[in-house]
Design a protein around this ligand. Structure first.
Ligand SMILES: Nc1ncnc2c1ncn2[C@@H]1O[C@H](COP(=O)(O)OP(=O)(O)O)[C@@H](O)[C@H]1O
Ligand SMILES: [Mg+2]
Length: 261
C-alpha cells in the first residue's frame, strides 16, 4: 500500500490567460492533516476541486492511494469519491431542505444506498459534530458555526478516508473558529482520516496542521511543520503568516500604503 494518500506532481490549471496553478507539487501522507495556506484567489479551492475531480487540470499528475486520477472516467471517479468527504466553502447548504436532508443529499443524489444505511450514517454524522436532535431544522435557523458543522456532517456521511475542508473557519467568530478546529482534530483522532484543510486563518492552520504548505503564484513555496512555518526565513511565507502589509507580496491593495491610506 502506498504511504502517500495524495501525490500531486507538475500540476497546471489555467482559466483563459490566468495561470492559476503553475507546476505545483504536493504530497499528503496517510493519516496526516495537511493545511494549505495562501492568499485569497491564489488557487486553494481550485486545488481541492482538482483533487475531488470536479475540475480537470490542464497537465500534471494526481495520484490518490497510488492511482492516477486525472484520466479516470466519471464512473470510476465516483467510486473514489465514495471514500472522500468535501466540506465546501460557505457550507453550500440548501435552505429549502432540513439539516437531515442536507446531510444525506450527496448519498441520496449520487449513490444508491439502502435508506436504512443512509439514516444510520446521518444520525451518527450529526452526533459526531454535536448536532444530534437538530436534524429537522432548516439550516436558516442555525448559527454560522452550526452551519459549518452541518457541512462537516455531510462529509462524514460518506464515511470518508479523506476529508477536504475548504475554509472551515471563515465567516465565524474566533471562539467558534476555535471550536471548529477542535472538531477537526477530534475527527482526525477518532476516525484516523487523512485531511486537507485549506485556509487563510493562521491560528486554525497552526492548530490543525501536522504540516502546512503555502501556495504562492501557482506553486507550493514552503511545506513544513507548524513550528517550521512559524520560524521560516522565507520572506513571502514570513509576510503571510505574520499578516504584514509590507513585504515581497505587493499588490494594488498594499501599494495604497505608499499613498498613506
Ligand atoms: N471556474 C472558474 N472560471 C474562471 N476562473 C476561475 C474559476 N475558478 C477559479 N477561478 C480563478 O482562479 C483563481 C483562484 O481561485 P480560487 O481557487 O477560488 O482561490 P482561493 O485561493 O481564494 O480559493 C482566481 O483568480 C479565480 O478567479
Ligand atoms: Mg477558496
Amino acid at each position: 500500500m502506498p504511504e502517500n494518500k495524495i501525490e500531486i506532481k507538475n500540476l497546471y490549471v489555467s482559466f483563459g490567460s490566468n495561470q492559476v496553478i503553475n507546476n505545483l507539487d504536493l504530497i499528503v501522507r496517510k493519516g496526516e492533516t495537511k493545511v494549505v495556506i495562501g492568499r485569497s484567489g491564489v488557487g486553494k479551492s481550485v486545488l481541492l476541486k482538482c483533487i475531488v475531480g470536479i475540475l480537470k487540470p490542464d497537465q500534471g499528475s494526481i495520484k490518490i492511494d497510488g492511482v492516477e486520477v486525472t484520466d479516470l472516467k466519471e464512473k470510476d471517479y465516483n467510486k473514489l469519491r465514495m471514500k472522500m468527504g468535501m466540506v465546501f466553502q460557505g457550507g453550500a447548504l440548501f435552505d429549502s431542505m432540513t439539516v437531515e436532508e442536507n446531510v444525506t443529499f450527496v448519498l441520496n443524489e449520487f449513490f444508491n444506498f439502502d435508506p436504512r444505511v443512509v439514516y444510520d450514517r446521518m444520525k451518527e454524522s450529526l452526533a459526531m459534530v454535536g448536532l444530534q436532535g437538530l436534524g429537522r431544522l432548516s439550516p436558516a435557523k442555525l448559527s454560522g458555526g452550526m452551519k459549518k458543522r452541518v457541512g462537516i456532517a455531510r462529509a462524514l456521511c460518506m464515511e470518508p478516508e479523506l476529508i477536504l475542508y475548504d475554509e472551515p473557519t471563515d465567516e465565524v467568530d474566533p471562539v467558534t473558529g476555535d471550536s471548529l478546529t477542535n472538531l477537526i482534530n477530534k475527527l482526525r483522532d477518532k476516525l484516523n482520516v487523512t485531511s486537507v484543510v485549506v485556509t487563510h486563518d493562521m491560528s486554525a492552520a497552526y492548530k490543525v496542521g501536522d504540516n502546512i504548505a503555502m501556495l504562492y503564484r501557482g506553486k507550493v513555496i514552503a511545506d513544513g511543520t507548524p513550528e517550521e512555518i512559524r520560524n521560516t526565513h522565507h520572506p513571502v511565507v514570513q509576510q503571510f503568516v505574520n499578516g504584514k502589509a509590507r513585504g515581497p507580496i505587493m499588490d494594488d491593495e498594499n501599494l495604497l500604503l505608499d499613498y498613506g491610506v
